[in-house]
Design a protein around this ligand. Structure first.
Ligand SMILES: Cc1ncc(COP(=O)(O)O)c(C=O)c1O
Length: 359
């Protein structure tokens, strides 16, 4: 509130301004990624990242199938085609072995993808070094969708750090929020400068509104950046709270037959943005939909796991590399209420309803 007040008092009620500069520089410092640009959404950040990599009509981009559609829509905006890669069961993220197989096949066909876009699902980082190693011989750039993973780590690096570019979301449901917003980050200054230029209607640096390219109105406003700057200060607290919520659910539900929790990789620390369980209905006595409906009857909202992109009617024509793992996760997965304002009593209430559904 104090920072938003300062933004109003300074009268920068506009895109750009000192809060945007401060938010960007604190974000860059926190993530250890030198160049960033604050934008109106994570989807806009992905759109600009792919645009800056010159992705266009007819190109292919390999993406995680188990993700939110905001990760993939920008591929379509650019006239390119997504190809979906399944998850592995160890991390629920893009399986590097399947990616390697797909890249080999692409090379054999003589048409390499223009980028690979793995998602850091539910706040757990993808095995980025393996993904980079698989892509390196083909010289295919990696753009990590870390929309859900701010505050998570991968081998002591921040989520997304090490890729050609990474994107983050500050949507209202994310670990920190600006009500709506996003960030694009990279070690490549040229890429970020180009994205900044495109995010401001590709306006040339002359006074008379000159345009030689088509751009977008994607910049973050100074007021929202003030919220972001305040939120950034509580990121570590939020991660700790999310992890406490996960631990409380695990303690209460972990021993029930047929319940499994999303695993945590050995290479990093997840931010546990959402606590996600798998329910084996034969062992538990109810499937995840029945549990979700029982929660709903008690005025508690829980959500299914993202429906894989290869199962979406809009992507029915797209190629995929396997899909059975993400289909299983979708069929058996349930995202439990995970808001950081939840009290122990709230968690106990969820636990009680879930437990009451078992045999
Ligand atoms: C994995 C993933 N990618 C992309 C997005 C898009 O971000 P935004 O809503 O800020 O456009 C989201 C969340 O909304 C997401 O969860």
């Amino acid at each position: 509130m104090e920072l938003v007040k300062q933004a109003f008092e300074s009268n920068y009620i506009a895109p750009l301004g000192p809060m945007v500069d401060a938010f960007e520089s604190e974000f860059a410092a926190k993530l250890g990624i030198p160049y960033v640009v604050a934008l109106s959404s994570g989807t806009a950040a992905m759109h600009l990242a792919l645009h800056c990599l010159d992705i266009g009509p007819g190109d292919e981009v390999l993406a995680s199938t188990l993700t939110f559609i905001g990760s993939v829509n920008p591929i379509i905006y650019l006239g390119a085609k997504p190809v979906f890669i399944d998850s592995d069961l160890k991390t629920w993220n893009m399986d590097p072995d399947l990616l390697a197989e797909e890249l080999d096949d692409c090379a054999a066909r003589g048409k390499l993808p223009k980028a690979v876009v793995p998602t850091d699902l539910y706040g757990q980082c993808v095995d980025l070094d393996r993904i980079l190693k698989v892509c390196e011989p083909f010289d295919v750039p990696v753009v990590v969708d870390s929309a859900e993973a701010l505050g998570a780590s991968y081998k002591n690096r921040s989520a997304g750090n090490g890729a050609r570019a990474s994107i983050y979301s500050f949507n209202g449901n994310k670990i920190i929020t600006t009500s709506g917003g996003g960030m694009l980050a990279s070690h490549d200054a040229e890429l970020i400068n180009k994205a900044k230029f495109l995010s401001q209607q590709a306006r040339e640096a002359v006074p008379h509104y000159q345009h030689t390219q088509i751009g977008y109105n994607y910049r973050m406003s100074n007021i929202l950046a003030a919220i972001g700057l305040g939120q950034l200060k509580v990121l570590e607290e939020r991660v700790a709270a999310k992890r406490r919520i996960f631990a409380a659910y695990k303690k209460a539900l972990g021993e029930l037959p047929g319940i499994e929790f999303m695993p945590e990789s050995s290479y990093g620390q997840a931010n546990r943005w959402l606590t996600v369980i798998l329910i084996n209905s034969d062992q538990f006595g109810a499937d995840c939909n029945a549990v979700r409906l029982a929660l709903e009857e008690n005025n508690i909202e829980a959500r299914p796991v993202w429906k894989p992109m290869h199962m979406q009617p809009v992507f029915s024509e797209c190629r995929k590399r396997q899909g059975s793992v993400s289909e299983k996760l979708f069929k058996q997965g349930l995202c439990l209420p995970s808001g950081t304002s939840m009290s122990i009593k709230d968690i106990e209430q969820v636990v009680e309803v879930v437990t009451s559904c078992s045999f």
